[in-house]
Write a protein that binds this ligand. Structure first.
Ligand code: NAI
Ligand SMILES: NCC(=O)COP(=O)(O)O
Length: 332
């Protein structure tokens, strides 16, 4: 990434135009009041009626838009959008915006990517989208085989080691190789972006009570404990396998910097319960920075001015801080 890239604004992809993405983008611009330079990539016709925005023709112009106004780089869609009612005609546009946004980051015109929520099924049915989420699609666009999903709020960081797969497929997908790569990527990015040089990593067992000595499943004894022991020998600060049900209360959380969980809901239920409004989803292991609010498209409230922008604001701030950390690392 060039020096100009690191000081470039953040690109916010519009996400599903019938969801809450457009309205929270406008609210975030108002709340951040220019403190985090970013621009929205999407179709201005999808913004709420009366929204304060200014079109730009080049990302660098985002720095000069009036504070509180949303900078918009136009990316035209096929159709208008009705809040709460997704239109398959716009599905390809959502995917194209992501490709466009990644190109802007890869060419240094944006310092980081923040993504507003997409609706996975709408993209699948409307445009044949073959990926379960942004995380996997961005890995594909970046040409990276393995990335890590982390969700973070001030009280907790969690990583689902397996991500968007059916529960019945978890035991086969949750392998020593996957857990080891996830540990390495997580530790490296916590050091780079959060300044935690030797992160304390807690690892949840796959089974109830972490298997209870083989009485409730044997993955812990068969390969998790040997892997953890080996990586501890390399210097990683690992705890586990820990009983998943007792590792998320406040006193337990004080003992680690990040919790690695075997599957999606083991990780996301605790964090969304603790801080649904303020959680941020961040992809580790990509060659560029990507954050996102932790919530989805919220069709049930879209267009009613009820959507809370807190998580998007936290995601934009995190992308900004990560860009700063990257700049420090690259340029001393
Ligand atoms: N990063 C992304 O693109 C994400 C996309 N999704 C997708 O979103 C779609 C809908 O998912 P759901 O499970 O229904 O989750 P959801 O997060 O869209 O909605 C769950 C509940 O939270 C409420 N909610 C969500 N965001 C809110 C906000 N900003 N302010 C106030 N209330 C809010 C909704 O009204 C709803 O009652 C799915 O296709 C899912 O895959 C879900 C999570 C993240
Ligand atoms: N449950 C998290 C989620 O769906 C977000 O996934 P992604 O689109 O960021 O890959």
């Amino acid at each position: 990434m060039s020096k100009s890239a690191s000081t470039a604004p953040i690109v916010l992809s519009c996400g599903e135009p019938a969801g809450v993405g457009p309205e929270i983008a406008v609210k975030a611009a108002q709340a951040l009041d220019g403190s985090v330079p970013f621009f929205w990539l999407g179709d201005p016709r999808h913004l709420p009626h009366g929204a304060r925005f200014a079109e730009i023709s080049d990302p660098a112009e985002a720095h000069h838009v009036a504070s509180g106004s949303l900078a918009v780089l136009r990316h035209e869609f096929h159709a208008l959008a009705t809040p709460g009612v997704p239109d398959f005609a716009n599905a390809q546009g959502v995917i194209d915006v992501l490709r466009h946004a990644v190109a802007l980051v890869q060419t240094g015109q944006a310092s980081a990517l923040c993504t507003a929520p997409i609706h996975k099924k709408v993209l699948k049915d409307g445009a044949g989208f073959a990926y379960p989420g942004h995380t996997e699609f961005l890995a594909h666009l970046a040409g990276v085989e393995r990335v890590v999903m982390m969700l973070a709020c001030p009280e907790l960081r969690v990583v689902p080691v397996t991500i968007h797969i059916a529960l019945r497929d978890v035991p086969e997908a949750f392998t020593p190789e996957l857990l080891e790569e996830t540990i390495r990527i997580t530790a490296a990015d916590l050091a780079t972006f959060w300044g935690i040089s030797a992160p304390r990593i807690a690892i949840a067992g796959l089974n109830p009570h972490a298997g209870e000595g083989g009485a409730m499943g044997d993955e812990e004894l068969e390969w998790m404990i040997p892997l953890i022991t080996r990586l501890k020998g390399e210097g990683f600060d690992l705890k586990g396998p820990m009983p998943p049900d007792t590792m998320f209360h406040a006193a337990a959380r004080a003992n680690y910097d990040v919790a690695l969980c075997a599957y999606h809901d083991q990780a996301l239920i605790p964090i969304k319960t603790i801080d649904f409004a303020g959680g941020v989803n961040v992809t580790l292991g990509l060659p560029f920075i990507r954050t996102s609010p932790d919530h989805g498209t919220a069709f049930d409230i879209a267009g009613r001015d009820k959507a809370d922008p807190t998580s998007l604001i936290a995601a934009l701030k995190m992308a900004h801080e990560m860009s700063h950390a990257k700049r420090q690392k690259d340029h001393g």
